[in-house]
Ligand binder design. Structure first.
Ligand code: F6R
Length: 244
């Protein structure tokens, strides 16, 4: 359960990133062949910078580590600068000693998304499941691309992005029309079955989503609220997100 001592309010984005990165660095040291669940977007970028520094300083070793990313736009080429595969290579994988063959991001150009999603879940399970899962949260409370709605889906699946998510992510594309309308995302089962979850929340535009999580209520209209039930979850936020 999410207890008060697991909500760590940091001065700013940099402190939040360093402290959250320390949880990952400890995990990597304790589990040299562990499995990371990774996220993209602005929230985790600072963590990746810290992990690169730690790797270069010889404090952590990625050589035995595997990673599975939460989501990917659909359709998109992996070489597209806004694809999540490109993001992960650029922000982390190209700069640490991880074997790229051990890094997995949903395939944004697969011909049969349903078959792909099923195989992705099977692959994660066969690898032993995610040891530590990094998450950001959307302004609307989404995690991965599990968007608010009457129902949430357990398995990895193809989903339509909400208009508000398309608006938020259009900052990365030339025009709003260029934002893919769909994504492949791990579902709630995949996220909640990680042994440990680290959520990072930065900026006042995330205040409402953070408060929904901290309110003590559960709602599928803010998928982030389901994290409360997890047995080993940390929330690192900055003062802007906490105070609004
Ligand atoms: C990204 C992901 C999304 C983002 C969320 C917040 O892999 O799963 O749920 O974490 O949209 O994005 P940022 O961090 O860019 O505000």
């Amino acid at each position: 359960m999410l207890t008060k001592d697991r909500v760590i309010v940091c001065k700013d984005y940099d402190e939040m990133s360093r402290r959250a990165a320390d949880v990952f660095a400890d995990y990597i040291r304790e589990n040299p062949t562990g499995i990371l669940g990774l996220a993209t977007g602005s929230s985790p970028e600072g963590i990746y910078t810290c992990l690169i520094e730690d790797n270069k300083a010889g404090k952590i070793d990625f050589s035995g580590i595997k990673s599975y990313n939460l989501d990917e736009y659909y359709p998109i080429e992996p070489t597209h600068e806004q694809s999540y595969r490109y993001f992960m290579n650029d922000r982390l994988f190209d700069h640490v000693n991880i074997d790229k063959a051990n890094t997995f991001v949903p395939d944004g150009k697969c011909a049969d998304p349903d078959a792909f999603c099923k195989a992705y879940d099977e692959q994660v399970a066969a690898a032993g499941g995610v040891g530590i899962q990094l998450l950001g949260v959307g302004r609307n409370g989404h995690i991965g691309f599990n968007e608010p709605g009457d129902e949430l889906i357990g398995a990895t699946h193809l989903t339509a992005l909400c208009e508000s998510t398309i608006d938020a992510n259009s900052r990365f594309f030339e025009t709003r029309d260029d934002v893919p309308r769909h994504a492949i995302t791990m579902g709630m089962d995949g996220i909640l079955s990680a042994e440990c979850i680290v959520l990072v929340v930065s900026g006042k535009e995330k205040h409402e989503a953070l408060m929904m999580l901290l309110s003590g209520k559960y709602t599928t209209n803010a998928p982030v609220t389901l994290l409360r039930s997890h047995k080993n979850v940390y929330v690192f936020c900055d003062e802007a997100a906490y105070n609004g």
